[in-house]
Structure formats: structure tokens, C-alpha cells
Design a protein around this ligand. Sequence first.
Ligand code: NDP
Length: 610
Amino acid sequence: MRCAPSVTPHDFELDALREKYRHERDKRLRREGTAQYVHVTTDMPDFWEADPYSPPVVRDPVAADIDVAIIGGGFAGLLAGAYLKKAGVEDVRIIEMGGDFGGAWYWNRYPGIQCDNESYCYIPMLEELDYMPSRRFVDGVEIYGHCRNMGEHFGLYEGALFGTMIRSMIWEEGTRRWTIRTNQDDELRARFVIMATGPWSKPKLPGIPGLASFSGHMFHSARWDYGYTGGGPGDPVLDRLADKRVAVIGTGATAIQIVPILGQYAKHLTVFQRTPSAVDHRRNDPTDPEWAASLKPGWQRERQENFYVFSGEPFPSKAAEEDQTCDFFTEVGRNVSGRVAAAGRELSIEELVAIREEEDYATMERIRRRTDEIVKNPETAEALKPYYRYMCKRPCSSNDYLPAFNRPNVTLVDVSASKGVERVTEKGLVANGKDYEVDCIIFASGFEISAQDQKVASGIEAIDGRGGLSLYDHWSEGYRTLHGMSSHGFPGLFFTGFTQGGLSTSVTAMYEQQGEHIAYIIAETMKRGATTVEATQEAQDQWVSTIRELAPPDTFLQECTPGYYNNEGGGHGGIRAAVGEPYAPGFYKFGDLIAQWRDRNDLNGMTLIP
Ligand code: NDP
């Protein structure tokens, strides 16, 4: 399908909107920043550790020497495992707190869950597993199924430990291995450990005074209580809510998907909104078999790169009509590309920046006007309009979210003026000085993504490297890595996710890039007869300098309305941004850099440990 630039309104006052954006941002800024949230602790098992989807795992403790332990069985862990197996490394154990593989897709089984990045890009290894998603944005159940298929296909179920949480990981100089202790009293001694815990793994709760005083039912969206609501994963008939008054706190990407279904089944639904999401139409067509049959080998990687160009590059290097994804995620990039082509001459950086800004405002204005067209009550429609720049928050699409607010049993409560819900009481919530009595509170309040304290985010009590150096201390002033994947003083330990590497708008592409690279290093270390491998101090220092020297100023995020993308308003100013400290030249440039590093085949900047 050829994709043209979208039709967006340009009849707005840019300066007035800039001022409005600033006002909306300042209104929501909280002095406490990320510290406003309630961290879930081990004495709150229903919000984190207790698994509502699988029976508790009862087994004897495992004591074993192994080659590779992978912490986490979501896409990051599965991709690392897959590449290890492809590289001939057989002794791999995935340790996963859930009852199965899937990670975010295991835990998030809320009604309405769907991929909101196009499935053809997001679901990894489609060609290798000979799998074609059923539609553009598939249901969570289908993605969970794909995770399980990956586990089967690469033999990763063998040796996997489910229902198991890591308590500590300690480097032992004598054995040159990591001793991993778990909640099941396992003691694994691994030459290599890959951290694949993922940024979306630990739920967080909103910092609302009085949470513990509520006498009704409460749960987090990532631990859906189907026993209470009725229905089940993939069966969103929430018939037990017919006599229930339900509150949802949060209006991020998760809430966009659950609100329409709750609105359909609850006696009454009250949605407490601090900042609205930008919600576009969702074109969720079934996969066209003719199109699928026409795809040539290598199509997925090409599509992922194309998606990155339009969603990740500020000034896309391709012509607008080449945008293969052609949706809200790529719209601003596509429109910028169209404007650049129409100019018919080389544009200065100032001109490019001005075009980007105008197209950003125009797209968001289109979204705001769409809200007016759908939501009947003008006051509700106004409250649902996002006044911030595109990508300050996750772009969303849904055909059912905005219409849900036309239902008589659905109420939107705008809590932006008080920077959040004021209070929880025994019977419900207080917002804007008004009491809302409810039977159930559902927290769609997100995850510990930008927690400054990594111990809180990981839930692992100790990760101690050489000489007892804690990784949490080592990184207390910011990341220190080689290529974002290893750190001096932590032999054989590898990281995935948002650290100091390439940043893709599709996280699975990022995990695949990292999995391939880490598997190469491990396989190469084993081939050379060493026990393990470690980044040198010098290589690490050099990489940290490279990352920081290339980093652009982060004014864009500073000016964004608060959220996890910008450390609740701090921009990258905190020690850790939600997206780590990305390699500024871009995701595929980083991919080229590490591929060239591998091609030299000299493990430059790493020391083999006999
Ligand atoms: P978010 O962190 O995006 O949203 C949390 C919500 O809770 C926000 O609306 C926030 O408001 C609100 N909130 C927090 N504290 C308070 C308070 N005190 N009072 C009122 N409201 C409050 O979490 P989500 O789970 O929605 O999404 C997290 C990420 O997970 C997404 O960005 C996306 O990357 C991923 N995701 C992917 C999906 C997919 O592919 N299918 C689907 C869903 C999520 P405010 O914005 O003002 O901070």
C-alpha cells in the first residue's frame, strides 16, 4: 500500500498553542517527580509477586553449575536464548517469575489487550518461525502464543525455571561464576548471566494518600482479577461487573484498551484522568493473505527498518509514500518527509526543525479535533484533548475509547488541577473535593520504568560483582557500560533493554539486536576456551564518553508534560531516563557499529578470563 502524507489542520496559532502546552505541563508538574509513586513491596503480593494465572510452583530447589542463566522469559530473554542456541550454546536456563514465557504478554492479560505497535514489526522472528499475525494489531493472547512458540522452537523450555524470582546474584572470584539464589532456594552457579527483566515488569501504584484504607476490591491492570470481573484472557465478557461501580486510575496506553470494555460491563465506570492520551483511529485490518504471500525473504527486517525511519528519525531519510506502516506512529515523520520533498531544495537545519514542529502541532491538532467529532459532551471532549507534543507520551489508537465517554454509565473525572486523585477513603476516592463511592479500583498506573533506584525496579536485593561491588552503586551516578551490554567489574554479566545502546521505537527489534550480540560474545568466549569475559575499564570509559558526547540536548523532553518518558518532568535530567542513554546517531547506526565490532572478531575492549 502506498501511503500519502495525512491531511492535518494548519489553521492554528502556534504561539498560543506553545503557551497552552507550557501551561498544561506546569499544571501537572509534581515536586516529588518519580518519588510520587508507591513502590510495590513483597508484603503486597497481589500487586506483583502472586501469579493470578498459574498455580504456585512447588518443586525441589535446584543446585547446578550452568553455562548461561537468563533472567526473564519475555521477548528479551527469549531472543537472547534463541540467538544463543543458534550460536551453538546449549546449556541455557531461563529463570522467570511467571508460570510461563511471555513477560509483559504473560502478565498483561487485561480485557482488550492488543499490540499497539504494528504486529508485523513488533512480533519478532516471524520469518524464522514461519508465522504471520492474524491482523495488524493482534490480541495479547496471540502474542503470548508466539512467545511460547519461540520457547518450543528454540528448545528453551528445557531447564527453564518458572515461578522463580531471583533474590541475589553474587560473583565468586574462586569459581569465576555467578551464584544466583532464588525464592525457591535454588543455587545456580553460572558463567554468564543475561539480565532480561524488561522495563515493564514491575507494576507501580499511584501515590494517593489512603490507599490502604479502601475496603473494596483493588488490583493492577497487569494482575487482572478475572475471578472478580468475570470473563478471562481473550474472553472479555466481564459479566460479574453488572452490579459494580468501578474506578480506573490512569489514562495511558493500558487504560485506552480496558476502558471501553469496562464501560460496556460495569454498572458504572469512573475514569480518573490526570493527562489524556492522544488517541487516533485504529485501522486493524485482518492480514491480507495475498499480501502475505507476496512478501520476499528479509521482509520483516526491512519493514522494521522502515518503521524506524518514520517513527524514530526526526527528518526521515525516505520519501513519505514509502512509509509501510502508515499509521499514527509514523504520521509526523511521513508528513515531514512530504514537506521536505515538496520544498524541492536542500533545507537548513533551522527550516527542518521548524517543519518538524509545525507538523507535530498539526497532527496533535487533528487528534484534538477528532475528539470533538466523537465525544458528545463538550466539557468531556475538552478534557480528553492532549495538549503536548507528539511522542511526549505513547501515541495510542482505538476506535472504542473516545465513544465510551458517550455512555451514560461512564464518567470522566479530570484530576489535573490537583495533580492526581486527592485521596482514597474506605468507600472510594476523593477528587476535586468530591467523593466517588466505588466497589473496585483498577490501577492502570504503569510500571517502574523510570525508577531512579534500580534495586526498586528490579526487585533483586543484590547484584554484586568483583570485590563485592554492587551494580546499583556502580551505576548510581548513571550507566557505565560497553555498548550498553556489559560493565567492568561484572564479568560474564550482560544487560538488555534501555541502557547505553541503540534505541528503537520497536523494543523487540532492540532486544533482537542485543540478543544477537551477546550470544556472539558468549559463544566466542567459550570457543576460545575461556571461562568468562569482561569489559575493560578503558573500553567502558570510552563508550560512556562517546554516548555522552553525542547526546543531543534534551529540551524536547524537558518541555513535555510529565510522565514516565521524561522522569515525571525532569527530562533526561535524572540519573536515568526511561529510554536509558541511547546512542544518538540512531538504532541502525548502532547495529552497524556492533556488527563491525563482531566482524573484527577480536573481542576488542573485552578481556577473556581463563
Ligand atoms: P502509563 O505509565 O503510561 O500510565 C499511567 C497512568 O496513570 C497515566 O495516565 C498517569 O497519569 C496515571 N496516574 C499516575 N498517578 C496518578 C495519580 N496519582 N492520579 C491519577 N492518575 C495517575 O502506564 P500504562 O500501563 O498505560 O502504559 C505503560 C506502557 O506500557 C506504555 O507506554 C506502552 O509502552 C506499554 N503498553 C503497550 C501496550 C501494547 O503494545 N499493547 C498496551 C499498553 C501499554 P499521567 O499521564 O498524568 O502521569
